[in-house]
Design a protein around this ligand. Sequence first.
Ligand code: SF4
Ligand code: SF4
Ligand code: SF4
Length: 187
Amino acid sequence: MDRRLFLKLLAGGLLVSCAPGELASSPIKTNVLRPPGAIPEDFFASRCIRCGRCAESCSYRSIKILDLRHGFYAGTPVIYVERIPCYLCMRCVKVCPTGTLQKVSQKEVRMGLARVNRRLCVTWKGEGICRSCYNACPFREQAIKLDRLRPVVVPEVCVGCGLCTYACPVTPKAIVIEPVYAFKASK
Ligand code: SF4
Ligand code: SF4
Ligand code: SF4
């Protein structure tokens, strides 16, 4: 990555660091996702030219750029949905010059798939009525429904935006986003 761009992104709080041992493997995992329209993870870091335009275009600052300690993956964009989820404004897909983020529509986005942990969810445990995830979902009653007030994700519709995870008041989160589509090409 260009040094001036690196410093600019660092100053703007768009760069994030990594823990030791994450250098060689993909950073994508539960609640750590690629932006909307991302091509499969197998090809992502090879196609992305580390221009940072997606992160700069995101008015919510959802997209962070991995720093130099991420080795091969340095300079590529990620979204930590527990910190700032994706609000689906779709700006990033419009500015990506390489097609690493493809120009998909909101409903075609598949950043991941929400998964409810019934042992952590207060409503599923019968300890209260929460509905925070349900209320936060931009596709309420389509991507997430209520079964006797308990949240149930509809895999065919969920886009993996992480708004539900961000809204969940439980620690650790009772609803998380699994990057099930990111590694599709290798499975
Ligand atoms: S769709 Fe909008 S909110 Fe989501 S990551 Fe892209 S620019 Fe940010
Ligand atoms: S805009 Fe596209 S090419 Fe540029 S950093 Fe983002 S994903 Fe990579
Ligand atoms: S269930 Fe969660 S991840 Fe899926 S679309 Fe709704 S808010 Fe987004």
